[in-house]
Design a protein around this ligand. Structure first.
Ligand SMILES: Cc1ncc(COP(=O)(O)O)c(C=O)c1O
Length: 352
């Protein structure tokens, strides 16, 4: 049987502000300064050792505790590949990052899913399943809910599991970054990415952190050269601008609080989020998304994911102008769906 494949959601026509993919804000620095060296850079197979050392040092680790990967996606996939085999079981929450069930399917690993619809991490049920599993996946902040696991619960999960993968793709936006705690536990590896806070999703640079033996073992799965030479060069340049990154993170954290307040002013419930996005619930989620699209803003719905039919995920833009456009748009669209939700949309034009 053909395994499940990921199909990127289509962006509707006329959308010029895409807030559907949790990407980071635009960089204002010139990212293509490699200049004359580019010819030589692209002629050779990539040498990514500088980027590896630089990222490892950022986390106080040595390079052999870090595996560079083609985005966080590839880090997750290698974790699955490393455990694939007959009768292998993984455990994860539901909902969670959508590639986790897809990779389980592609690698023939049976996935046990534990419900976590926001609020506290379901530690007891998760541990119950994790103690029998070969590998456990915890995404915190979780996508699409934005919920987080506590340090105490992460410790309990680690002590009950063989191997834990903590997907911390959104760690920079959270109140607490659990990466150092996770790395002290011995059987936890941590997925990180430059796609979110660093605004470099197009480069496909991610990495896995962990004890050197686990990193070596997981790194022996998958293809060589996952990060291109150009991506590595641009990523290194971007890492030299930490001030810019810090300011956009602050902006996004403020936006998600203001946005939740705006939603609640319209009687719409959203989940407290520690990511760069907000998940809201609306009985006419599809029509609200359509309304936003008509005004040029792309947001994410999940019509095919059980339990998320009424959910809408909106990325915080990290940009004052785009944020105020988002607020104006939502203030135009939501009142159309006062209860009971109308099934027809007739939107006034709002200024872009
Ligand atoms: C929780 C989580 N992990 C990993 C990823 C993968 O990101 P990338 O492959 O761009 O690093 C994403 C992307 O949306 C995500 O939401």
């Amino acid at each position: 049987m053909t395994p499940r494949a990921y199909a990127p959601p289509a962006l509707g026509e006329g959308i010029d502000l895409d807030l559907s993919k949790n990407e980071g804000p635009l960089s204002d620095s010139n990212l293509l300064e490699a200049g004359d060296g580019i010819g030589e850079l692209v002629r050779r197979y990539p040498d990514t050792s500088d980027l590896r050392s630089r990222l490892a040092a950022m986390h106080g680790l040595s390079p052999n505790q870090l595996l560079l990967t083609a985005g966080g996606d590839d880090a997750l996939f290698r974790c699955f590949l490393s455990r694939s085999g007959p009768d292998t079981t993984a455990v994860a929450t539901r909902p969670t990052f959508e590639m986790i069930p897809i990779y389980a399917d592609q690698t023939g690993i049976r996935l046990v899913e534990i419900d976590w619809r926001g609020g506290r991490f379901p530690v007891e049920t998760f541990i119950g399943a994790a103690s029998d599993a070969d590998i456990a996946f915890v995404v915190s902040p979780n996508n699409p809910t934005g919920s987080v696991i506590s340090e105490a619960d992460l410790r309990r999960v680690a002590s009950a599991s063989r191997l834990v993968v903590l997907d911390a793709a959104y760690a920079e936006f959270a109140d607490v970054d659990l990466t150092p705690v996770a790395l002290s536990l011995g059987n936890v590896v941590v997925v990180r990415t430059l796609s979110k806070a660093y605004g470099l999703a197009g480069l496909r640079v991610g990495y896995l952190l962990g004890p050197s033996d686990l990193i070596g073992e997981i790194g022996s799965h998958g293809s060589p050269y996952p990060v291109s030479a150009l991506s590595a060069a641009i990523a290194l340049q971007r890492l030299n601008d930490p001030a810019h990154i810090g300011s956009t993170i602050g902006e996004i954290r403020a936006e998600r609080v203001r946005f939740a307040a705006t939603l609640s002013g319209f009687g719409v419930r959203s989940l407290p989020s520690q990511g760069n996005f907000v998940l809201l619930e609306h009985p006419a989620a599809d029509l609200v998304a359509e309304g936003c699209a008509e005004l040029g803003i792309g947001v994410r719905t999940f019509p095919d994911r059980p339990g998320l039919e009424d959910a809408l995920r909106i990325t915080m833009p990290g940009d004052p102008e785009h944020f105020s456009r988002l607020e104006r748009t939502i203030a135009t669209v939501l009142p159309r769906f006062a209860s009971p939700p109308s099934r027809t949309v007739d939107l006034e034009e709002v200024p872009r």
